[in-house]
Ligand binder design. Structure first.
Ligand code: GDP
Length: 423
């Protein structure tokens, strides 16, 4: 059984907490793309955890976690994340964590390049998380990257380092005029942060195929959401990898396996970190109120997120490109306490109404069309059954299902593991 859990919107939908919840029925949880630009916050009976690189399944005993070949891994960051989780009582061993030998290593110079470029762009900046992600993926496609498997033979790896360093300095030192990268620093870096990971590195495809044959249930955990997918999102304001479910088996190491199910995580309202078109955006007091209620500040960066009401146009598109079979609607509790709620049901462009998500360039000229529905004035965070919900909340859920043409199977009403309703 191969299931993917993916984001329908701009990321930060609460995928981490849904994976944490749903992983109870799974044996393996695998991340298949992105790097430590992800920030999943999970709260359960063991505490509050922020995960950047490790799959959220690491918090469950008995679950094996896999970091797939589609990922980019900052090994220094990983060392810190593992140490932090261990301090919080989480056991991490080569038995419950497998890292793909094909995954690419994010180097300190990728982070440096990211910062140099954002500084160069100044007020035209992209709003990068400055974790080097675009630069390491670029190097992967240039075939100038290092992969995790190379850490298994540091002598062989050492032979490639001087050439890459020379090439990298053409940009870092010659173009940006920054301090050049040094071969000896890179070698020391690989030794310090690579050596402790040796026993975790393997062919994750082999492992996952065997697990699948043995009847184990495998969950693929995405980072970010459909609208940040490199090819299908709001390019160029996307991430640098493909997070869509169809890429999952490739990025996990099992291109030969087919997905059995895709669960889309969709937020009850809209949020977006960084730059780029965000049609349904709220501003001023309205925005501040929603941002505060939802605690919408980035887990990885602390940046205030842009917020808006539920966007049916973008969400229906997200559901389509993800191929979602069912939806988990998150953070519905945040919308409590309003007489009325707005929903963006269409975009207006040159006097015409659009209900299908358009080509990214056009988005800049689109204006949101809001419709108003009845809100609910009571706290719903203690509701655990659909019958507990006020009629207006149920109507809101049903309307979203109709607008998005997809069944909503779970609704979360709080950050804690059990704060959800199965519809
Ligand atoms: P992810 O990157 O998609 O996992 O999302 P984030 O972790 O960035 O954002 C989700 C945030 O909302 C986290 O702080 C969660 O603890 C919190 N959260 C998740 N589900 C709910 C919910 O149903 N209600 C409330 N109030 N908070 C939630």
């Amino acid at each position: 059984m191969l299931t993917s859990i993916v984001g329908i919107n701009w990321g930060d939908e609460g995928k981490g907490r849904m994976v944490d919840l749903l992983s109870k029925d799974y044996d393996v949880v695998c991340r298949y793309q992105g790097g430590n630009n992800a920030g999943h916050t999970v709260i359960n009976e063991r505490g509050k955890f922020v995960l950047n690189l490790l799959p959220s399944g690491i918090l469950r005993e008995g679950v094996v976690c896999v970091m797939g070949p589609g990922m980019v891994i900052d090994i220094k960051h990983l060392a810190g994340e593992m140490a932090r989780l261990r301090e919080q009582g989480i056991v991490i061993t080569p038995e419950n964590l497998k890292i793909s030998d094909r995954a690419v290593i994010t180097m300190p110079y990728h982070v440096q390049q990211d910062c140099l470029e954002e500084a160069r762009l100044a007020d035209k900046k992209f709003g990068s998380t400055r974790r080097g992600i675009a630069f390491v993926y670029a190097d992967k496609y240039m075939k100038k990257a290092f992969r995790m498997g190379e850490l298994l033979n540091l002598d062989r790896l050492a032979k490639r380092v001087p050439d890459i360093v020379e090439w990298k300095n053409l940009t870092i030192a010659n173009a940006y005029g920054a301090e050049p990268v040094k071969t000896e620093d890179m070698l020391a870096y690989f030794k310090e942060y690579g050596e402790p990971l040796r026993d975790y590195i393997c062919d994750t495809g082999l492992y996952l195929n065997a697990a699948q044959k043995a009847g184990k249930k495998i969950m693929l955990e995405a980072q970010l959401g459909a609208l940040r997918d490199l090819d299908y999102g709001i390019y160029p304001y996307t991430s640098s990898s493909n997070n869509i479910a169809a890429y999952g088996p490739i990025g996990a190491g099992v291109p030969n396996l087919k997905l059995d199910k895709t669960i889309g995580i969709m937020k009850a309202y809209s949020t977006c970190v960084g730059e780029g078109p965000f049609t349904a955006e709220y501003f001023g007091e309205k925005a501040e109120k929603l941002r505060k209620a939802g605690g919408e500040y980035g887990a990885a960066t602390g940046r205030p997120r842009r917020v808006g009401p539920f966007d049916a146009v973008a969400s229906r598109y997200g559901i389509r490109v993800q191929g979602a079979d069912e939806i988990a609607l998150t953070k519905l509790d945040i919308l409590s306490g309003h007489e009325e709620l707005e929903i963006c049901t269409a975009y207006e462009l040159d006097g015409k109404k659009l209900t299908e998500f358009p080509f990214t360039d056009v988005l800049d000229d689109c204006k949101p069309v809001f419709e108003t529905v009845k809100g609910w004035n009571c706290d719903i965070s203690a509701c655990r059954k659909k019958e507990d919900l006020p009629k207006e909340a149920l109507d809101y859920i049903r309307l979203l299902e109709t607008l998005c043409e997809c069944k909503i199977k779970y609704v979360s009403v709080g950050a804690e593991r059990d704060a959800y309703i199965e519809m």
